[in-house]
Design a binder for this molecule. Sequence first.
Ligand code: ADP
Length: 395
Amino acid sequence: MSETILILNAGSSSIKFQLFATQGGEGLERRLKGEIEGIGTNPHLTAESKDGRSLIDKSWSAEELGDAAAALDHVLDWLTQELRGEMPSAVGHRVVHGGTRFTAPILVDDAVIAGIGALIPLAPLHQPSNLAPIQILRRRLPELPQVACFDTAFHRGHPAVADHFAIPEALYEEGVRRYGFHGLSYEYIASALPKVAPALAAGRVIVAHLGNGASICALKAGRSIDSTMAFTALDGLPMGTRAGQLDPGVLLYLVRKGWDAARLERFLYHECGLKGLSGLSNDMRDLLAVDAPAARLAVDYFVYRIIREAGALAAVLGGLDGIVFTAGIGERSAEIRSRVSAGLAWLGLDLDESANSRHGPEITKAGSRVQAWVIPTDEERMIARHTRKLLDGAF
Ligand code: ADP
């Protein structure tokens, strides 16, 4: 009988989960996925089977289900029922920040929990939410193996020039570095690319992870050498509600106006990006659907900054062999891919519009000097692979 691995991706008010069953070799079959969202406000649990059938759709009041611990309880109760009493053999977690210490996935023990907790100042919005289910499970089911997988880990091999800001070294030593994020997504793409385009995978590739959060990453022979996100997931490209690269002088200006850290944090994480610029929506679909000058500017800026950063990463790579589009916008918006590709035509990218409108997988013409591909990302599968590999022999 196959074992199952539960993957948890916990945010500030939601816990996303997926369950994989182990198969022969390194195979992993997704059995179900779901989410409990609105924790603390209007909690709502949904899940679907691998063929898209709804398995549960249930709401609670905030009083009945007020925090992450209660939410996790409900998810586990439901899962136990769904699995007819069989518990997962292991749990893999997404953790946003691994700092300098966690350069690879790691089996959780008390020291690891303390280490993840010590990184809270580097990711105050995300790290506590990621840590909560790890602690809860450790207390409740101490024998259950848990593996922490870090979004920063894939980037830890960056050269010193890509890992530094031009600030005094003492701050670098303190951990103020250009870490880079979306690492589990990039690692998944780096593992998928050799299967569809082996020669390209061995070359110079930009991966564009364009979702609600967005960044691009330079891969040389499958290894990350630089990316647009840095100390936090605020740098680089504009995103749904984050500005991306911003002159720090803007922050000084706002501080002089009297803004405190909490106000700045809300501004930087929730009020900028596509939403701030358009004044309408953080959702690319909405912006592409309306004919309003502010929406057009927001989309133009998004495309412009991708082209600008892709040019910079192509220079860092010493040329470009291909680009891979992934995540919500990258996988689904032919228009954004087409516009980004037009901006990279000078590098030798010759888009096949009809393949692009079908969402690929390959979207450049035969003979295009720079290839373009659409590859759906799968961060949860990447976490499941790491979890299984680390626990190999345990099941
Ligand atoms: P997250 O970063 O939250 O994981 P996703 O990768 O799921 O985000 O991407 C979500 C975003 O993808 C949405 O905010 C939406 O803007 C965008 N998106 C989804 N489908 C489309 C589409 N068909 N066209 C354009 N944008 C889309």
